[in-house]
Design a binder for this molecule. Structure first.
Ligand code: FES
Length: 170
């Protein structure tokens, strides 16, 4: 019988381990597709092309079918339009450690809600359910970088720097 083997993840990002665990549970079989996409969305906040390719190869499902599933179901979100993405983890650990305050500060500063992109297309605001770094709670992922234990003010400062990259204050 064909023995499915894991293939290398798209990056070192630890969140792929969580996605991999779901695929492994399904024996890397195509029947695990929808649950894998769910896990990917919960850990990354959205589905991007690179990730969809990886899932397609891992589960040996045609890419067209993976795209089809990702776009057919309303519950899946494809990568947002912003040049940068700010993901706020609202999983239990982060929630308890103050993620709601971070999210509301960001909403106020950016004047957008989760799943929206600023009118200048610089920043998309996303929420995720657990990005696999609970020990650092509350966690935000700014583009690919995971940051933990930041105050709402610090997060807002970092995100606003994307919109107006001005000289650093000393
Ligand atoms: S709950 Fe936020 S990283 Fe796990």
């Amino acid at each position: 019988m064909f023995q499915a083997k894991p293939i290398p993840a798209p990056s070192e990002d630890k969140r792929w381990r969580i996605v991999n665990a779901t695929m492994r549970r399904h024996g890397y079989q195509p029947s695990g597709l929808i649950e894998t996409l769910h896990t990917m969305q919960e850990t990354f906040g959205f589905l991007d092309v690179e990730g969809l390719r990886y899932v397609a190869r891992s589960l040996r499902v045609p890419l067209s079918q993976v795209y089809g599933a990702a776009t057919f179901y309303n519950l899946f979100k494809l990568k947002p339009a912003g040049e940068h993405t700010c993901i706020v983890c609202l999983g239990t650990a982060c929630y308890i450690k103050g993620a709601p305050a971070i999210l509301s500060s960001l909403q106020e500063a950016l004047q957008i809600k989760p799943d929206q992109t600023t009118p200048d297309k610089k920043v998309s605001l996303i929420v995720a359910r657990c990005v696999g770094a609970c020990g650092l709670a509350p966690v935000v992922v700014l583009d690919e970088e995971t940051h933990g234990k930041l105050s709402p003010e610090q997060v807002v400062q970092k995100v606003m720097a994307w919109r107006a990259p001005v000289t650093e204050e000393r």
